[in-house]
Write a protein that binds this ligand. Structure first.
Ligand code: EPU
Length: 476
């Protein structure tokens, strides 16, 4: 196996976004995984395993570690009484496997037809569609443990599957690479066509009988009408998870939005369709910002219409999340995994700052939740001119070297927050708000002088600089 350097990742993802992998290899066997892991340990870099690249958003800055493209192949069907056990290697295409199971008349995964990606990716986010989650048919998962370089089986219980979640997304599963998945498929199955769209399909006059082949056909048809074609647009499917809330919250929402659909979960909570909220409450169906937007036919799906950057996607995602929070007070979570998010300058790429970039925003969010910093910082620059859009402003700032500000309070009504580091230890920090206010200041970076930054030891208003930078974009 060869380990290459500086390989462009963009074309290996369905979003068609992403910079370079510092190191890259294709693993066709467990022996390759051993070799790759040993290499990464020696080089002191992190590992990221890429399957079909259908649920990731890779930063334009790339991934400063080893990307292992999973390519272990093999499918085996074993008879087990009324069931058949399908043992499928992680690098196999998910939909080829579903198609093969359907051809053999084996029930369990037919509702999951047409999902892009690999078999190894399926358990990670517990893929689901049309009323079925993959965890319902998974019997066990074989993993390669990068800690001790051995393989072992985990039962479905040990995988701790939840809605679009599993052990493999959590810190205690971070050392595991999925190598094989065993599915328990039924020889005699019952059609599961309770999901609204499928039900409609099979109850229309002249509809076919819901045989396993017809269910696959129906799912493929429904999907192609809802999701953007991957040969035309970049996308990773639903960008956010549907929020799960308790009944109290639902009752409150119903007072304002009596029509809101809701679906009970097994643990007594309710799942709300975010697509409905975005469409009917936020009015953001078809929202477009620069080269990214929400797909017209399914607003939960973020689309790269052309040469979008990961930064643009994150800014749009922040805006969507902010709108939902402002309108209905619910915090939504990303479903897509963001890899190697916007990187800071080289001198802050240390282990300490890597942890800080991950954890400090969470800590500040908790502090903000308890009521501190519910305001906007000083120094109003002005308002965005009416002939300019927020996207124009963002594009302009990006072109001037501004990128997302990670270590910053989220001010009231903020749509995006960007910074540009100057003279190593200082930064210009600009925020744009939902009432079109633009605020900005000059200060210590949080990295160079954390205390000075927090106490605003240097916190000034470089008026002339901002007037020059934002000439044509701002009105007073
Ligand atoms: N809706 C609207 N307006 C729209 C679209 C949808 O109001 O423009 C409402 C409808 O009431 C609809 C509801 O939203 O009934 C839910 O929409 P949909 O049936 O398309 O499903 P979803 O909840 O948005 C989930 C999965 C999809 C999966 C579909 C079909 C998540 C995050 N997404 O979407 O999975 O294909 O159900 O089962 O759970 C993925 O995970 O990447 C993915 C595509």
């Amino acid at each position: 196996m060869t380990i290459d350097e500086n390989i462009l990742l963009k074309h290996l993802t369905t979003f068609k976004i992403g910079g370079l992998a510092r190191y890259f290899c294709v693993a066709k066997s467990v022996a390759d995984l051993k070799e790759a892991t040993t290499f990464a340990k020696k080089a002191g870099v992190p590992i990221f395993v890429l399957g079909g690249g259908s649920n990731v958003l890779i930063s334009d800055e790339g991934f400063h570690g080893l990307v292992i493209k999973m390519a272990i192949q093999g499918v085996k069907f074993e008879d087990d009484g009324n069931y058949v056990r399908a043992i499928v290697s992680a690098g196999e295409s998910w939909d080829n496997f579903v198609s093969e199971a359907v051809k053999k008349g084996l029930w369990g995964v037919e509702n999951l037809s047409g999902i892009p990606g690999t078999v190894g990716g399926a358990p990670v986010q517990n893929i689901g569609a049309y009323g079925v989650d993959v965890s319902e048919t998974i019997e066990s998962v074989e993993i390669f443990d990068t800690d001790n370089l051995g393989t072992r089986n985990l039962s479905a219980d040990q995988c701790r599957f939840r809605y679009r979640d599993s052990l493999f997304k959590r810190p205690d599963g971070k050392d595991y690479i999925i190598t094989k998945v065993s599915f328990r498929l039924a020889k005699e199955g019952k059609p599961n066509i309770f999901y609204k769209d499928l039900n409609k399909y099979f109850t229309l006059p002249g509809a076919p009988k819901s045989s396993i082949e017809e269910i696959r056909k129906a799912v493929l048809k429904i999907r192609s009408a809802k999701f953007p074609p991957l040969d035309k647009f970049g996308t990773a499917g639903s960008f956010f998870k549907n929020p799960i809330v308790d009944n109290g919250i639902l009752e409150d929402l119903k007072k304002k939005f009596p029509e809101i659909p809701s679906f009970p979960t097994d643990d007594g909570l309710v799942k709300l369709p975010l697509a409905w909220i975005l469409d009917k409450v936020c009015g953001s169906r078809g929202l477009k910002m620069e080269h990214v937007g929400l797909y017209e036919r399914q607003p939960l799906v973020l689309v790269n219409f052309g040469e979008a950057s990961s930064h643009e996607v994150l800014v749009l995602a922040d805006k969507v999340a902010m709108d939902v929070r402002d309108k209905i007070g619910i915090k939504i979570e990303k479903e897509v995994r963001a890899i190697g998010e916007d990187r800071p300058p080289a001198k802050y790429r240390t282990g300490f700052w890597t942890l800080a970039y991950i954890y400090l925003p969470k800590i500040t969010a908790v502090i903000q939740f308890f009521g501190w910093h519910h305001f906007r910082q000083n120094y109003l620059i002005g308002f965005l001119k009416s002939n300019k859009s927020p996207e124009d402003l963002m594009r302009h700032l990006n072109s001037k070297g501004y990128s997302r500000a990670h270590l910053a309070w989220k001010d009231k009504g903020e749509v995006f927050s960007v910074r540009k580091i100057v003279r190593h230890d200082f930064q210009y920090h600009i925020r744009f708000f939902n009432d079109y206010e633009i605020r900005g200041h000059y200060e210590y970076t949080a990295e160079s002088h954390p205390i000075g930054h927090l106490c605003e030891a240097v916190f000034t208003d470089p008026k002339d600089y901002f007037d020059h930078l934002l000439y044509g974009y701002v009105e007073k």
